[in-house]
Design a protein around this ligand. Sequence first.
Ligand SMILES: NC(=O)c1ccc[n+]([C@@H]2O[C@H](COP(=O)([O-])OP(=O)(O)OC[C@H]3O[C@@H](n4cnc5c(N)ncnc54)[C@H](O)[C@@H]3O)[C@@H](O)[C@H]2O)c1
Length: 424
Amino acid sequence: MPITQKLACDVKDLGLTAKGRTRIEWAGQWMPVLNLIRKRFVEEQPLKGIRIAACLHVTTETANLAITLRDGGADVVVCASNPLSTQDDVAACLVQDSHIPVFAIKGEDNDTYYSHIASALDHKPQITMDDGADLVTTILTKRQELVSGVIGGTEETTTGVIRLRSMAKDGVLKYPIIAVNDADTKHLFDNRYGTGQSTVDGVIRATNLLFAGLHVVVAGYGWCGHGVAMRAKGLGAQVAVTEINPTRGIEAVMDGLQVMPMAEAAQWGDVFITVTGNKSVIRGEHFQAMKDGAVVANSGHFNVELDLPALEAMSIAKRQTREFVDEYTLPDKRKIYVLGEGRLINLVAAEGHPAVVMDMSFADQALCVEYIVKHAQQLVPKVYPVPTEIDQTVARLKLESLGVTIDKLTPEQEEYLASWSEGT
Ligand SMILES: NC(=O)c1ccc[n+]([C@@H]2O[C@H](COP(=O)([O-])OP(=O)(O)OC[C@H]3O[C@@H](n4cnc5c(N)ncnc54)[C@H](O)[C@@H]3O)[C@@H](O)[C@H]2O)c1
């Protein structure tokens, strides 16, 4: 019996392995920085024997990260960070070819989702790798016996970092976490260009709408919002932004976008995309004001940005009209179309971020894991930024991989920048 069949795992169908294999290879060729790290990891084995639980979107890029960690000597297990974001062929291939246990099935219900997290934690991780802080939260609330064995963790996304910072503030965080999301080489590229392109891609794949000429409302003008708005505008849409932060609001104005409250935007928009990390951003009163045929999607981490229970309650009928498109009929016969059950549409209906951008995010992840192993003794339970050295290394390697060179400071310039008396 092949070793893989003995692995404890829960994936949809191991028969999907061949499809997953070529797709993982395809992503891998666009991840040169991660590949360099992987080569070094193979030689140096910096993660030898370290148990890692990775709760991430199970995509082709994540597969390349998991393989890199394994090649660095780690004992890795993977579970999904969202019930709808798993690519089942990737999950199968990780199990069958790479002998990495995976607990993830696209479309799993909430109970299965949490049972998969529990299975990953049965692995007794020394390092947790989260996208949304579900592993940390589960350890701290339900599996406290694991805390003493954990040396640290990493967090991939804005919402996770926010959750972890409030745990640290309340004194309940019990081990150190590195906020990978906050690295420049992560959020400036992954959140902006990755979410921007893949979210629009998800909306288009789900609906086949033509963006040119549409009124697109982007709720939240953070890094993801910048990307979504920029790409929608690039496709010819008119874009309006809703915000609660005045600085971000004025930034959107000066970026040439319309800015208005959601109450107004609800009447103006044809397509709505939330990327705030906040809850109930589009509520009953907003659905009530929308045009017939309005399309509503979310690309923020949790499925709480759209108040779907309110829409459900005010609708007289609901049916699925296309894959990932639910049609809600209001009493006056207007239709509202909700994509991907309000879950992050770029991972539900498209493939998530392109590998080129995940190359940097996951290079940060791999190097942060190595950093935690090396510095375990010095780290205390709090949320740490990604060390500048790692951030800069990833940027430098990415530029090199693109064949782009930049200037170096001359000694005179270095002295000038370091001095306060120059220029007087
Ligand atoms: N879909 C993906 O693949 C993906 C990738 C990265 C991040 N994310 C998630 O997307 C969300 C946004 O991430 P980000 O990095 O852009 O965060 P961010 O903090 O940079 O931006 C969020 C913005 O939303 C605004 N906001 C908050 N509440 C609002 C409200 N009620 N109405 C309008 N605006 C509001 C904030 O002022 C802020 O400007 C998070 O949940 C993050 O975890 C998703």
